[in-house]
Structures are given as structure tokens and as C-alpha cells.
Ligand binder design. Structure first.
Ligand SMILES: Cc1cc2nc3c(=O)[nH]c(=O)nc-3n(C[C@H](O)[C@H](O)[C@H](O)COP(=O)(O)OP(=O)(O)OC[C@H]3O[C@@H](n4cnc5c(N)ncnc54)[C@H](O)[C@@H]3O)c2cc1C
Length: 286
């Protein structure tokens, strides 16, 4: 194992192979319920370094846990307790490589924080529509690894639908450059879609070409209180009928969830919470 650690240090530099000190942020899950122990936390800065790290670990028979913001809620980015796994944290690979305004795409490295990408696109007049509560710390690599959904799935789809191309390091440590921006692509096998949602089991995503959109000229948000879940389904059909592609978000919440928000987040206003005739609520965005 000391040989492996020495090789990893050679690849990414001493400062980016963490083996001692407080590694809690890398070793426990977001809810702090599951605690693992890593052999080392490795923080590469380039795709080539990722490839070299994977090759070194593969040669040593050491398993790797890819990690982005560590905000996934199912312990997929947390090492086990064996002390034998390498956590490969992509947090240093944050570059937004290009924004292609003609093709409406952005090519971004896997460790870029979702909110950083949203803000960079917005600054140039474009919308990157993936949005979820963890956006201040989750990464594009993690969003792709989990095929995250977020609040605008109705209009823009899951992360999968936003992705046109990927750059991936496979389990042998080879780099696959599939960073295409072509929308009307019907060529052969779709490797990209195998990697998306595979939570790092098939390879490490190092960069992606994602769709962006012109910033909408206006936005409307409405809150509806409803007597039943069936009523929410009927409201969705109506919203589709009258708003068409303009409907961007439709989130149903039950009274139990809203009661918890009301209790634990007193700074937030929860409309109609006192009226038991409306056990469901919907947030609509247009
Ligand atoms: C408050 C909160 C709200 C959330 N809301 C939503 C929501 O609305 N919709 C939704 O779908 N999800 C939601 N999530 C879960 C969501 O999947 C994650 O927040 C986010 O997508 C994970 O990104 P991450 O960078 O933190 O990934 P991590 O948690 O670090 O990793 C998640 C998985 O992806 C793998 N992975 C990470 N990086 C890579 C990479 N570069 N290549 C290959 N595999 C990789 C990891 O091994 C792990 O299996 C929420 C989570 C929180 C905490």
C-alpha cells in the first residue's frame, strides 16, 4: 500500500493525497449517518491525472470511490469502513472550458459546482436549467453520476437530457473523449447514456458538454393548495394544456412535509398550512 500511496503522490502531488488529519468531509455521508475510512483521498487536477490514478489503483487491485460534492443522499460517494478504498475527489477540476453561443452548449469539468455553472451561464445571458437544493455544493460530475432531476424536469428533463457529450476515464484508466455537441446524433452505440446514472461504477466522468438555453424573458411562480392528490394530477393536465412547453416546474408536496418545513424553518412562510381541507400543495413555474 505504501507503494500505491507513493505513486499517487507522484501523480497528483503530495498536497493532494490526503491520508491523515480530519477527513470527515470526505468519509461520511451528507446526513452524517454513515462513516467510512479511506486509504487515501486523492484530488487530481486534470483528466490525465485521473487516468493515471485509475491505472495505478487498478494495477494494485484497489477500488475507487468517485466523489463530487458528496451531497448524494444514498451513500454512493462514501468509502466503506475497510480503510482500503481510494476516494477520488474531483473538486479541483472546476474549469468551464468553453461556452459555445452558436451551438448553445457549455463544456465543463466534472468538479464544477452546479451553482457556479448556473451563474456563469446567467452572466452571459444563458440559462443552465438544472436546479436542486444541493446546487451550492453538488457538482456536474455528481449530477451526471446520479442523473439528478431537480425542479425543472417537466420542461428540461433529468441531467441526462441536458447532456450531449462526455469525457470519461474508464476502469482501465483509458480516456474516452466523447465531448460532442451534436444534437441530431444517431450514430451507433450511445456510450454516454451508459455512463450517465451509473454512479461511477463504469468510469469516472471528467468533463461534459451540456445544453444551455437563452434566458427566459419572464418567469411566473404560483402556489396552489389542493384537496387531494388526484386534484394535483388534474391540475398538471390543465397546466400542460394551457401553458404547454412554458410549464417548467410542477412540484407536489403533502401536508406532512410542509408541517416539517413549518416547524423547523420558521423563517419560511408556508401558505395555507393552517387549513386541513388542503392536504396537498403544488408549486408551479412558468
Ligand atoms: C438537499 C438536497 C437536495 C437534493 N435534491 C435533489 C433533487 O431535487 N433531484 C435529484 O435528482 N437529486 C437531488 N439530490 C441528490 C443529488 O443526486 C445530489 O445532490 C447531486 O446530484 C450529487 O452531486 P454530488 O457532486 O454531490 O455527487 P456525490 O454525492 O459526490 O456523488 C454521487 C454519486 O455519483 C458518483 N460520482 C460523483 N462524481 C462522479 C464523477 N465525476 N464520475 C462518475 N461518478 C461520479 C459518486 O460515486 C456517487 O455514487 C439532493 C441532495 C440534497 C442533499
Amino acid at each position: 500500500m505504501t507503494d500505491l500511496i507513493a505513486s499517487l503522490r507522484q501523480i497528483v502531488g503530495d498536497a493532494h493525497v490526503l491520508t491523515e488529519g480530519d477527513l470527515t468531509a470526505y468519509e461520511q455521508d451528507w446526513r452524517r449517518r454513515v462513516h467510512g475510512k479511506a486509504l487515501a483521498v486523492v484530488r487530481p487536477a486534470t483528466t490525465e491525472q485521473v487516468a493515471a490514478v485509475v491505472k495505478a489503483c487498478a494495477a494494485n487491485g484497489t477500488s475507487i470511490v468517485p466523489q463530487g460534492g458528496n451531497t448524494g443522499l444514498v451513500v454512493g460517494s462514501t468509502p466503506d469502513t475497510s480503510g482500503q478504498q481510494v476516494v477520488l475527489n474531483l473538486g479541483r477540476m472546476q474549469a468551464i472550458r468553453t461556452i459555445d453561443k452558436d451551438n448553445l452548449t457549455v463544456t465543463v469539468e466534472a468538479g464544477c459546482i452546479l451553482q457556479t455553472l448556473q451563474e456563469r451561464c446567467e452572466g452571459q445571458g444563458y440559462l443552465f436549467p438544472l436546479s436542486l437544493a444541493a446546487e451550492g455544493s453538488c457538482t456536474i460530475g455528481g449530477n451526471l453520476g446520479t442523473n439528478a432531476g431537480g425542479t425543472q424536469v417537466v420542461r428540461y428533463g433529468n441531467t441526462r437530457e441536458l447532456c450531449l457529450g462526455l469525457e470519461v476515464v474508464n476502469a482501465q484508466g483509458e480516456i474516452w473523449n466523447g465531448l460532442k455537441g451534436l444534437r441530431k446524433d444517431n450514430t451507433g452505440y450511445d456510450l454516454r447514456n451508459l455512463f450517465i446514472g451509473s454512479e461511477g461504477t463504469l468510469g469516472v466522468i471528467t468533463a461534459a458538454t451540456m445544453k444551455i438555453y437563452p434566458m427566459p424573458a419572464s418567469q411566473l411562480t404560483a402556489w396552489a393548495a389542493l384537496p387531494s392528490f388526484d386534484a394535483a394530477v388534474r391540475l398538471l393536465a390543465l397546466a400542460h394544456q394551457y401553458l404547454g412547453a412554458g410549464l417548467t416546474g410542477f412540484e407536489v408536496m403533502n401536508r406532512f412535509a410542509l408541517t416539517l418545513v413549518d416547524k423547523h424553518m420558521p423563517q419560511l412562510r408556508v401558505p395555507f398550512i393552517d387549513n386541513p381541507a388542503f392536504p396537498y400543495a403544488v408549486v408551479l413555474e412558468n
